[in-house]
Design a protein around this ligand. Structure first.
Ligand SMILES: O=C(O)CCC(=O)C(=O)O
Length: 341
């Protein structure tokens, strides 16, 4: 992994203090926040057409107010979820030498494989997290021979990637309708769906009050589906308060990402989130990011614009947006705000 040590190897060495590179400035340190609110849990009723009215109402509210919600009865089989989480546990349960066989290229952003350090800036505070990033869609990007050769691992990641993409497509269809667009609008605006599946591993942290598992950010692409195990850690920002997303067995967290906010001209918000860590138990999450092609030109949907509703965001080529995200990194502001008109 280049010069970077994995966070897991610090944790396994029994460090009593967090190394300086992982200490957040005071203003960014985690708080046991929250104002009693909880992110919405939306029952999708397995997409039963007889329940579509109430599902749409609940989704619309969640997308406008939070940009983040959990879904249940979503149609992704429990064993597909359990197997991908177990695959992550199996990989991070291997020795450091075995994990390092799959190290990603530390000099190329979002490269495939095992890594720890996301940002290129030398002065960035580091996240208390290791990860394994898989390229899963389009299928031409999917090469399971680059993934760990543990029993069942590759099949588990591929099965989850396919199920997550099917759910993401269904959600994009309903979310289009909820904002008054044709069901195919969001997916067509995104173009060929690109998907990465990232398993994050947050080792126990000796000083969890000083570090973050993942710094605050909104996701760059269109829509993220996130699985978390039973260890709490994900927090979503709402009106200046960090709200913990309590793990709910079998549920999937949906995070709207920046391009969806642009296309819906701000009708929907992208969800700002972060991960906090704890001193006692490792935590695993599995994020399936659904993104536009780098060549896609993203702009507010024409049917949503009128004299009284002018565009609120400048158009952007998705590849340029990604480059500036990695160039700048999460710094407490949303990159998206730079496109506001
Ligand atoms: O682990 C989590 O709960 C958050 C993961 C996440 O935000 C990400 O992978 O971008």
């Amino acid at each position: 992994m280049g010069e970077a040590m994995s966070v897991q190897s610090f944790a396994e060495a029994g460090l009593e203090r967090v190394p300086e590179k992982y200490v957040q400035p005071e203003r960014s340190r985690p708080s046991i926040g929250g104002d009693g609110r909880r992110i919405p849990v939306v029952d999708l009723f397995f997409f039963d057409p007889a329940r579509s009215g109430e599902v749409r109402e609940a989704l619309k509210r969640a997308c406008r107010e939070w940009g983040a919600f959990q879904v249940v009865n979503h149609g992704v089989p429990v064993d597909v979820i359990d197997r991908v989480v177990a695959a992550g546990e199996a990989f991070f349960g291997r020795t450091a030498a075995e994990r390092r066989r799959f190290s990603c290229d530390p000099n190329s952003v979002a490269s495939e494989g095992y890594g720890s350090r996301l940002l290129s800036a030398d002065d960035a505070v580091l996240d208390w997290r290791d990860y394994f990033n898989h390229h899963t869609l389009p299928l031409a990007r999917r090469n399971p021979s680059r993934w760990p050769d543990l029993a069942g691992y590759r099949a588990a990641v591929a099965a989850y990637a396919d199920a997550a993409a099917a759910l993401a497509r269904k959600l994009l269809g309903i979310l289009s309708e909820c904002v008054g667009l044709a069901p195919s609008f969001l997916e067509s605006a995104i173009g060929r769906l690109h998907q990465n599946v990232t398993v994050s591993y947050y080792p126990p942290c000796p000083q969890p009050e000083l570090a973050l598992g993942l710094q605050p950010h909104s996701d760059m692409g269109a829509l993220t589906l996130l699985l978390q195990d039973d260890v709490p850690g994900l927090q979503v920002l709402r009106d200046g308060n960090w709200v913990l997303v309590a793990p709910l067995a079998g549920a999937i967290v949906v995070l709207l990402a920046d391009q969806t906010e642009i296309i819906t001209n701000g009708e929907y918000r992208s969800g700002v989130h972060r991960a906090v860590v704890n001193a006692d138990r490792p935590r695993i999450s599995v994020a399936a990011f659904h993104d536009p092609a780098k060549s896609a030109e993203i702009s507010p949907a024409a049917p949503l614009l009128s004299g009284g509703s002018p565009p609120r965001y400048r158009p952007v080529r998705y590849g340029d947006y990604v480059s500036s995200w990695y160039g700048q990194g999460p710094d407490g502001r949303r990159l998206l705000d730079a496109l506001l008109l």
